[in-house]
Design a protein around this ligand. Structure first.
Ligand code: ZN
Length: 167
């Protein structure tokens, strides 16, 4: 008989830090100035026990994947590609950013992470990290997982959680 309870594994925030710059837009015509956060992520995967190893997922592998996903956006300016108020144009080695048609910033392209999100809120970063982790798990053939939950914190005590059921 299979166990009746449910298992999950977590990798938590002290290990998954990324220090990045961003700004978000608000309703109407408000837009933040550029600033940075020491973001911290926590991931939890729900799933059945692997029948041979008696774990949900290998911590070493999960940490390695999450570390890589965080490193991709660490020490970058996070820019949203799907925000109708923000225009982003890559020209050579530069990324030009305009807000409502007015030029605002020019960054070296190597320092930017252009993200497929409408705003770089912690909610959207959490959802993006789940999407990217899900793709990695599928590549590894880990299809039996039940859910992924991602928390992204931008300040101590201030975080968003995105939870996606996989089946
Ligand atoms: Zn911020």
């Amino acid at each position: 008989m299979p166990p009746r309870g449910e298992f999950s594994v977590s990798v938590t925030k002290d290990y998954l830090v990324f220090a990045s710059a961003h700004f978000i837009t608000f309703a109407g015509h408000r837009c933040e100035g550029l600033h940075g956060h020491n973001y911290r992520a926590r991931v939890t995967i729900d799933g059945p026990l692997d029948p041979e190893s008696w774990f949900v997922f290998d911590f070493v592998v999960l940490k390695k994947i999450m570390r890589r996903l965080c490193d991709e956006i660490d020490h970058k300016v996070l820019l949203p590609l799907e925000n109708p108020k923000i225009q982003i144009a890559q020209e050579g080695d530069s990324v030009k950013v305009a807000y409502e048609g007015k030029p605002r910033y020019v960054f070296p392209a190597k320092d930017c992470a252009l993200l497929p999100v409408p705003n770089t809120t912690v909610e959207m970063l959490a959802e993006l990290l789940v999407k990217r982790l899900r793709a990695e798990l599928e590549t590894l053939g880990a299809r039996q997982m039940v859910a992924i939950e991602m928390e992204v914190e931008e300040n101590f005590g201030q975080s968003a959680v995105y939870r996606e059921r996989l089946q």
